[in-house]
Design a protein around this ligand. Structure first.
Ligand SMILES: CC(C)(COP(=O)(O)OP(=O)(O)OC[C@H]1O[C@@H](n2cnc3c(N)ncnc32)[C@H](O)[C@@H]1OP(=O)(O)O)[C@@H](O)C(=O)NCCC(=O)NCCS
Length: 374
């Protein structure tokens, strides 16, 4: 039920968009009219990027061009690698990513803000984000940064840049699907933040930085990591029902459940549940998946809440052996596609976003000199 005070802007339509659409009652998500279930089954992340930015699936030559542009733009300038190296010594990956995205503005060769320049900037941001995340992970573990390969797509290149090994094709495809699923989601908090910044005509990097910053919290992108912590705390599938009951009895939230828009299964969660199961079996460790299933059954029984996109992603990333603090940066890697598409859409038909507030503070009163304040 919408909050009558308007808190959280629930139910408020704050922008028109052609990029994506959610039907929260039916559990449907569309990117430019294409059902997410079809995209998860057939589309690559590169095709999805083209779709979000051009609102049509790419032709074969457009797809080759997208792939080539993303590859060409993915190499990091040495000064950016140096920045990531120095941040990796003292701070976490989200702070590093946010800072690196902001700093990348200084290295962008386009000094104008035309629609064409903004499209180029968008592709640079999408190409560099996974490379920043992989480079951070390599450098903080004492390994050397790895240059992206010319023959791999974004998903496989990320896994390669992280480990130095060419990934198994099925694993690369599973990760590709995760990127497709996370690429956009209407006016979520981080996308809204990006559009608010863009609506002031701040530049593409400023708006993308605002979006990355907003993704960080546990009520948004940080939820995947919080789910992983929760699964660790639960320990085993058998302990899940009791843990959930206690948690809900204490009026605490179970991470990875509930959603502002979906009132049924999030269509992305069903795809991710299957990927989590397959990867768990492939890597011989199904405990994350098995525990998740028991948590989900218990939450459904106790509170009738559905899992959101982040719930099974924690099991997917755990099966892949990715460090938990990279989960939110990986969300950013995928969502950079949606953010930049929304920022461009905002520029194309802009009006400053400036809502009202309801004042609930003290009534007008007289100035009190310092000596008479008690
Ligand atoms: C996603 C989320 C922030 C949406 O928040 P919201 O639309 O403001 O919904 P509310 O927090 O007002 O929740 C509405 C009701 O459902 C309950 N609820 C919502 N999510 C819950 C959860 N994860 N665990 C337990 N109860 C939950 C609330 O306690 C509230 O119950 P009440 O009416 O009995 O007080 C919220 O569901 C949440 O915090 N989930 C956990 C974090 C998470 O997974 N985030 C990732 C989102 S993709």
């Amino acid at each position: 039920m919408a909050d009558a005070t308007g808190k959280g802007l629930e139910g408020v339509v704050a922008a028109q968009t052609k990029i994506s659409d959610v039907d929260g009652r039916k559990g449907k998500l569309f990117y430019a009219g294409y059902d997410i279930a079809d995209l998860a089954a057939h589309a690559t992340f590169e095709e999805t990027i083209h779709l979000l930015h051009h609102l049509e699936l790419p032709t074969a030559s457009q797809l080759s061009e997208t792939v080539a542009t993303l590859r060409a733009e993915s190499t990091l300038d040495p000064s950016l690698v140096e920045l990531v190296a120095s941040l990796a010594e003292r701070t976490g990956p989200m702070t590093t990513l946010r800072t690196a995205v902001s700093a990348a503005a200084a290295l962008d060769p386009d000094d104008q803000q035309s629609p064409e320049a903004n499209l180029r900037k968008a592709y640079r941001l999408m190409a560099k984000t996974p490379q920043i995340v992989a480079t951070y992970q390599r450098l903080r573990t004492g390994a050397d940064a790895i240059e992206p390969r010319d023959d791999l797509g974004v998903a496989a290149n990320f896994l390669y840049a992280l480990t130095g090994k060419q990934p198994d094709p099925q694993v690369a495809r599973d990760f590709d699907v995760v990127l497709v699923l996370y690429a956009d989601h209407t006016l979520n908090a981080s996308t809204f933040a990006g559009r608010v910044a863009a609506a002031t005509l701040a530049d593409m990097y400023a708006a993308a930085t605002a979006a990355v910053a907003t993704l960080q919290g546990p009520l948004h992108g940080g939820a995947i990591e919080a789910v992983r912590e929760m699964l660790e705390e639960i320990g085993s599938p058998e302990q899940a029902p009791g843990w959930v009951r206690e948690r809900l009895a204490a009026k605490q939230k179970v991470m990875g459940f509930g959603h502002r828009v979906y009132k049924t299964w999030d269509p992305r969660a069903t795809v991710l549940r299957d990927i989590a199961e397959r990867l768990g079996r492939q890597f011989g460790d199904t405990r994350w998946y098995d525990t998740s299933i028991r948590v989900q059954e218990a939450v459904m029984e106790e509170k009738r809440l559905y899992p959101n996109v982040d719930f099974y992603t924690a099991s997917v990333y755990s099966a892949l052996g990715l460090p938990p603090d990279l989960y939110t940066p990986l969300f950013a890697t995928a969502r950079m596609a949606g953010w930049t598409a929304h920022i461009r859409e905002q520029y194309a038909d802009n009006r400053l976003i400036r809502p009202d507030s309801e004042y609930v503070g003290p009534a007008p009163r007289s100035w009190k000199p310092l000596e008479s304040r008690g």
